[in-house]
Design a protein around this ligand. Sequence first.
Ligand SMILES: NC(=O)c1ccc[n+]([C@@H]2O[C@H](COP(=O)([O-])OP(=O)(O)OC[C@H]3O[C@@H](n4cnc5c(N)ncnc54)[C@H](OP(=O)(O)O)[C@@H]3O)[C@@H](O)[C@H]2O)c1
Length: 269
Amino acid sequence: MKLGFIGAGNMGGAIIKGLIKSGKISAENINVVEKNNTILDTMAKEQGINPCKDYKELINGSDIVFMAVKPVVFPSVIADIKDCIKAKGPLLISMAAGITTESIDEMLGFETPVVRMMPNINAEILMSATALCKNSAASDKDIDTAEDILSAVGMTARIDENMFAVFSAIAGCSPAYVYLFIDSLAKGAQKLGMNKKQALATAAAAVSGSAAMFSRSDAHPWELIDKVCSPGGTTIEGICTLEEYKFESAIVKAVENSVLKDMALSGKK
Ligand SMILES: NC(=O)c1ccc[n+]([C@@H]2O[C@H](COP(=O)([O-])OP(=O)(O)OC[C@H]3O[C@@H](n4cnc5c(N)ncnc54)[C@H](OP(=O)(O)O)[C@@H]3O)[C@@H](O)[C@H]2O)c1
């Protein structure tokens, strides 16, 4: 199976590196067209991918074409590739935030299989959370194939397309929220005299361990919170302080506002 990537920046690059690292696809079976020559040269030298001189070469040599450019340039790339897509008929997989399969169908102007995905940046370390859905021209086999490939870089979920913006907020945007949380924990320790580097490493290990513990247990988060909070102890003091400063409301509002922004960018609001 040959994969083509149009764009190999932050997200496309993370998926390419993850796929190679997982052993799912070998580098010589990954074709890339990338506007940024430094990125393309580095990917070719360090990862061993196959750089293509143009879209035609990439599409003709690929069974699946991943669209990994920013949403703002997506329509112009579709306009440039649609004749080649029509002639060759590869499965098209889009990771563009806020661009629906319906609007991709409209941009193309003909029926062709399209899978929409929403990955996150943790694909590079095989820990993405990736949502998938398909247009009506794509078969069950098409989405099975997409899921088989993408499950190599983390967990996958088939969801209704109208939940993509919500999924995107809690899986695509949330790594940034979590980095902010890690930095805030470390800042608290730094304020009290701990070296920032050590504080960041400690906070990251605690956050990653807590996520792993929750994922491996059947417990509700509050059962785990109660296990950490001794009566009259330090943790319940911190939990009450977070509640006093409206930690949960801030997170809920961040998710809501990320979804509203997604809808605004996709012209739905
Ligand atoms: N980053 C994330 O965490 C994340 C999460 C989920 C989904 N996504 C989606 O993933 C897609 C890519 O986002 P990103 O963050 O990876 O963006 P990015 O880092 O800017 O990567 C896109 C790359 O594509 C290149 N490019 C631009 N126009 C091109 C063209 N016509 N042909 C070939 N390459 C072209 C860009 O080069 P120049 O910089 O020189 O223009 C850039 O290197 C977006 O649709 C985004 O919604 C991203």
